[in-house]
Design a binder for this molecule. Structure first.
Ligand code: ADP
Length: 260
């Protein structure tokens, strides 16, 4: 396991600003993440948590600041101003480092479970079918879905779809995994099976993980560090025990009182 106390940052966000029209969604946001660290991003709806994950995934561009992934700049400044993702080749290389699982299971509906997991390695990483399938079966085993390899997404429960989505994100062997409220669209009885898979991943791999969640008890158990967001800024951060049991800031206290 990497030692989170001694390594250079895996992700470095410095003074990032993001606007949607007149709305400033991230306001001079800065934080770093060490290799192997597990981070939970919590805070009120609309505070910018999903937006920063989408930016890290280069699904959104930024208006100011710098982001480095493993020391490399994610965005550059073109001649006409603003900060945009670098050229396609660089983008491809950076994206390969990061896997993301979204709130809504976005599996390809016309492909079986196995094909959902093998597609990206075969198409974007040039992996041959046999190797892609061997690896996909290992990942489906890891998420407890190997028995459903030939099933179609429509035949699966929400929890099962989300576990396949996790296997699919892992198929490109990312160093960083981003989870955006992956259980919030699930029926309550299906939440635990997905959280169990994530607990296992956190315990058994040295991937860096960032998690946006409203499941505070899960955030407490999963994270090495919790970032509390409000209005596009980090108001408070610290180890889960400090944030959940003894928050310093009034805004954190009010939020936790409401949600727990
Ligand atoms: P959170 O994940 O903390 O709930 P988000 O990052 O999803 O917050 O959203 C932050 C703010 O940005 C919200 O006010 C949201 O409405 C706004 N927003 C997010 N995406 C867009 C978009 N594509 N266009 C306009 N506004 C957006």
């Amino acid at each position: 396991m990497p030692d989170p106390t001694s390594s250079a940052p895996c992700i470095s966000v410095e003074g990032v600003t993001k606007r949607f029209g007149p709305l400033t969604v991230l306001n001079d946001l800065s934080f770093t993440v060490k290799p192997g660290e597990k981070l939970a991003l919590i805070g009120p709806s609309g505070s910018g948590k999903t937006t920063i994950l989408r930016i890290l995934m280069t699904l959104e561009e930024i208006n100011g600041g710098h982001i480095r992934i493993e020391g490399e700049q994610l965005f550059h400044m073109p001649r006409n101003g603003g900060l945009v993702a670098a050229d396609e080749r660089h983008l491809h290389k950076m994206r390969a480092k990061i896997g993301m699982v979204f709130q809504l299971f976005n599996l390809f509906p016309h492909k079986c479970v196995l094909d959902n997991v093998t597609l990206a390695p075969m198409l974007t990483a040039g992996v041959d079918r046999k190797s892609a399938e061997t690896r996909a079966m290992e990942l489906l085993e890891l998420v407890g879905m190997a028995g459903k390899a030939k099933a179609m997404p429509a035949q699966l429960s929400g929890g099962q779809k989300q576990r396949v989505a996790i296997a699919r994100a892992l198929a490109l062997q990312p160093r960083i995994m981003l989870f955006d409220e992956v259980t919030s669209a699930l029926d309550p009885e299906l939440v635990e099976e997905v959280l169990n898979v994530m607990r296992r991943l956190a315990a058994e791999t040295d991937m860096t993980m960032l998690l946006v969640t409203h499941e505070m008890s899960f955030a407490h158990d999963f994270a090495d560090r919790v970032l509390f967001f409000d209005q596009g800024r980090i108001v408070e951060e610290g180890p889960p025990d400090a944030i959940f049991r003894n928050p310093r800031e009034e805004r954190t206290q009010i939020f936790l009182k409401k949600i727990i």
